[in-house]
Design a protein around this ligand. Structure first.
Ligand code: ATP
Ligand code: MN
Length: 477
């Protein structure tokens, strides 16, 4: 007989049918009720055992965490909370789990404890729900771009350009670290390295995506990205996944329209397709917040918050307007910000972004037209000569979720920028070529996938929305 998934069985009418199911024991009560889960859904199927029919040694192996194959009859459930249950005829133990040592017992474990058990934590309700939502979001992202005329483009993971400027990089090398070849100045000679030059793991696929947008029209990347930033925050990983659409002939307004429509669309997708998991995560969050002071609790429950974002316009505000709001804000006047705002040109910290979103506008905000000095060299200079066509999308509870811009398409302006920053033009020869041959207005942005998953699941720490997080001092598993 072919096994069914728990999800399928729970949707099946109780027709006194013979069924088979494989899964892991969540709980085993009174030597009679096995709650079995196989990851296909948050819900368990109840399997009712007549213990007199089974030998004691077998029953002893049915502990939380054990993997079983159960065969029996699908019948109408006598208990509450489910329509159907299995009257067990046969039990095969794929593998037991000794309750003396199996760490995932049916009780509440802290998220910190579970991070140490990252290989087993997906067997908890919280992590299975988060990972199913993560998977649904990834699918929704591909679906959105596919339905909107984009091509999925694969940017290289090993990059030879060190001008991306988005953060500290991880070096990729095959040189002998104890005895590297040296050049005549006694420096490590990267000409001898695998690629004949210094290479790193990519911090962004944008520059390469630009090249492909200027031929395929609309492309997007969705892949791993690496930043050796030593910031131990709840929003930074050393290895994260980023979605980077890049569009020829899009200006900044079109870029903002796309980003907003895209985010709303993928959130709508999970609202429709992940109802049970979201309800569970909403309840988890409410329970967690019960112990917090009123002021720190969310104003909206999770599903309401997702609906709010999907149904309402994001507020678009220039950097200059934002600085004025921040300068005159209560926390600034009362010196509550760690980084006080006085001058135009200041870089915005997460505390400022969150003030704008959570206290002032109370909705997602797109900030645009930033000072050129605090943004990357490739962003298009405005006519005022001091701001660039950059945009960041700020989300409640998260801060920056998207960073994007219209790209500088004018060769002369880009060259001046590069010179002013002391970047060697030779490093960017191919990027400059794109401005020499068929250049055009174009734009794109980067969305941090884990920040989106954080928002969508209501989890508080980015380490809990990626299967095996990579952070400073942590690459176990
Ligand atoms: P932040 O200021 O929060 O560090 P950033 O300005 O460095 O972000 P960008 O270089 O614009 O970010 O990257 C685009 C997006 O990638 C960000 O909006 C964010 O969602 C995500 N992102 C950036 N760095 C990280 C990281 N270390 N871990 C997870 N996501 C990240
Ligand atoms: Mn950063």
């Amino acid at each position: 007989m072919k096994s069914s998934s728990v999800k399928e069985l729970l949707l099946t009418a109780p027709a006194l049918k013979e069924v088979q199911v494989d899964g892991w024991v969540k709980t085993f009560r009174s030597n009679r009720f096995i709650a079995l889960n196989d990851g296909s859904t948050l819900n368990n199927i109840q399997c009712v055992v007549d213990f007199e029919q089974f030998n004691e040694n077998l029953l002893k192996q049915i502990a939380t965490g054990a993997a079983l194959r159960i065969t029996g009859t699908l019948v109408e459930s006598q208990g509450r909370g489910q329509n159907v249950e299995i009257r067990v005829k046969e039990i095969f133990v794929h593998g037991g789990a000794d309750p003396e040592v199996y760490p995932i017992q049916p009780k509440k474990h802290s998220l910190e404890f579970l991070r140490e058990k990252a290989h087993l934590r997906v067997r908890t309700n919280t992590f299975s729900a988060v990972m199913r939502v993560r998977s649904a979001l990834a699918f929704a992202i591909h679906k959105y771009f596919n339905e909107n005329g984009f091509y999925y483009f694969h940017a290289p993971i090993i990059t030879g350009s060190d001008a991306e400027g988005a953060g500290e990089m991880f070096r990729v090398t095959t040189l002998d670290d104890k005895n590297p070849p040296l050049d005549e100045n006694g420096q490590v000679d990267f000409k001898e390295d695998f690629f004949g030059k210094e290479t790193n793991l990519t911090v962004s696929g944008q520059l390469e995506a630009e090249a492909y947008a200027m031929g395929l029209g609309k492309v997007y990347t969705f892949g791993p990205t690496f930043r050796a930033e030593n910031s131990n925050t709840s929003r930074h990983l050393a290895e994260f996944w980023m979605i980077e659409p890049e569009m020829a002939f899009y200006d900044l307004d079109a870029n903002m329209d796309l980003a907003e429509d895209f985010i709303k669309s993928v959130i709508r997708y999970i609202l429709e397709n992940c109802k049970e998991d979201l309800q569970f995560l909403e309840k988890r969050l409410l329970d967690e917040e019960k112990v917090k002071p009123q002021a720190e609790r969310s104003e909206m429950a999770l599903i309401e918050k997702l609906g709010f974002v999907a149904d309402n316009g994001f507020k678009r505000v220039t950097y200059t307007e934002a600085i004025n709001i921040l300068r005159n804000s209560k926390p600034n006047k009362k010196k509550k910000f760690q980084y006080p705002i006085d001058e135009w040109g200041a870089d915005l910290q997460s505390e400022h972004e969150r003030y704008l979103v959570e206290k002032h506008f109370k909705c997602p905000v797109i900030l645009f037209d930033y000072p050129a000095d605090i943004k990357a060299f490739y962003m298009r200079l405005n006519e005022d000569g001091k701001t660039v066509r950059a945009m960041d999308i700020l989300f409640p509870g998260i801060g920056e979720i998207v960073g994007g811009s219209q790209r500088e398409e004018r060769l002369d302006v880009l060259r001046e920028k590069i010179a002013a920053l002391d970047i060697d033009e030779k490093e960017l020869w191919w990027y400059l070529d794109l401005r020499k041959f068929g250049t055009a207005v174009h734009s794109g942005f980067g969305l941090g996938f884990e920040r989106l998953v954080l928002f969508a699941t209501g989890m508080g720490n980015i380490r809990d929305v990626i299967p095996f997080p990579r952070t400073p001092q942590n690459a176990e598993f």
